[in-house]
Design a protein around this ligand. Structure first.
Ligand code: BJW
Ligand code: ZN
Length: 252
């Protein structure tokens, strides 16, 4: 922790990459590892365009369940400490998240307070947002329907323009990430001299390569995770434990 704090204190520009582990203590299940399975499906079986084409009802059931969960959750001390770093820390900071749960946005608003401007702590959401829908036909975006009736494929939400099925506005395996968003994330990582990586298994690309962009520019990587990951060998410091206590302690 002493070494990690020294890296934070001497950094001139910071990029933060978060994954599902940062929201675990808020009650949002992770994808892999303990508690990471939904009805024994692996994310690779559900988060794909072919799964949606084969069984849109099943995929919508998963997302409807997750939307309901996220609505009941609140940002935890890790989200809040990262929002404070980006809003009022001494070092320019860019937040990048693989999460679609919107908890970084909510933390930014909480920290900025009424009348404050939270936007500097809004993350680049490289895998999209669960609270938006996108038409699988014409691509039109809309705010998520409040209730999704997953009784049958006929009751699933449809586009008001072209009648094709709506889907959550998230990035599935085999789909390309928005080039502007992932491009901005890699740009921030190249400009940063410190990349703080919190709660990701670092398995899913291209997001998992963001810390390498900082390292290739001569910067350092700090990792916070319950367990070692493929990134651990390339990190200057790995802090093993829960993000909700380690991140606030690191940034205090
Ligand atoms: C805690 C904690 C606590 C728990 N405190 N820590 C290069 C090499 C190899 C493969 C590829 C490659 N480039 C592209 C690919 C293919 C593929 C890929 O990466 N596959 C790998 C699995 C091998 N990538 C893609 O398809 C991407 N598209 C793309 O690259 O397009 C171009 C292309 C297409 C085809 C071929 C080649 C190129 C798209 C990836 C989209 C990922 N989508 C999902 C779903 C999003 C929507 C949704 O949420 O439903 O994104 S999958 C899922 O995984 C989700 C997550 O954002 C992502 C990462 O998961 P994350 O966040 O790391 O969570 P977990 O659960 O894995 O880990 C949690 C961690 O937290 C663990 O380590 C715990 O220990 C820790 N933890 N509690 C601290 N309290
Ligand atoms: Zn449409």
């Amino acid at each position: 922790m002493r070494r990690a704090r020294a890296l934070v204190a001497s950094a001139r520009r910071i990029v933060v990459l978060t994954g599902a582990g940062v929201s675990a203590e808020s009650g949002v299940p992770t994808f892999r590892g303990q508690g990471g399975l939904w009805k024994s499906f692996r994310p690779e079986e559900l988060a794909t365009p072919s799964a949606f084409a084969r069984d849109p009802r099943l995929v919508w059931e998963w997302y409807a369940w997750r939307r309901g969960l996220v609505a009941e959750c609140a940002p935890n001390p890790a989200h809040l400490a990262l929002a404070r770093l980006a809003l009022s820390g001494p070092t320019p900071t860019t937040l990048v998240t693989q999460n679609v749960d919107g908890l970084h946005h909510r933390a930014a608003r909480d920290v900025a307070g009424e009348g404050g401007d939270p936007s500097a702590a809004f993350p680049l959401e490289v895998h999209g947002a669960i609270h938006r829908d996108r038409c699988s036909g014409c691509g039109a975006l809309s705010e998520a329907a409040t209730e999704v009736d997953v009784a049958s494929v006929r009751t699933l939400p449809r586009c008001s323009v072209c009648s094709a099925l709506l889907r959550p506005d998230v990035v599935w395996f085999g789909e390309v990430l928005d080039p502007d968003v992932i491009g901005a994330a890699f740009h921030a990582a190249r400009e940063a001299d410190l990349c703080l990586v919190v709660g990701t298994s670092a398995l899913v690309h291209p997001a998992a390569s963001v810390p390498d962009a900082t390292a290739r520019s001569g910067g350092s990587v700090i990792e916070v995770n319950l367990e070692p990951t493929p990134l651990t060998g390339r990190a200057a410091v790995t802090l093993l434990g829960e993000a909700g206590s380690l991140v606030p302690a690191l940034l205090a």
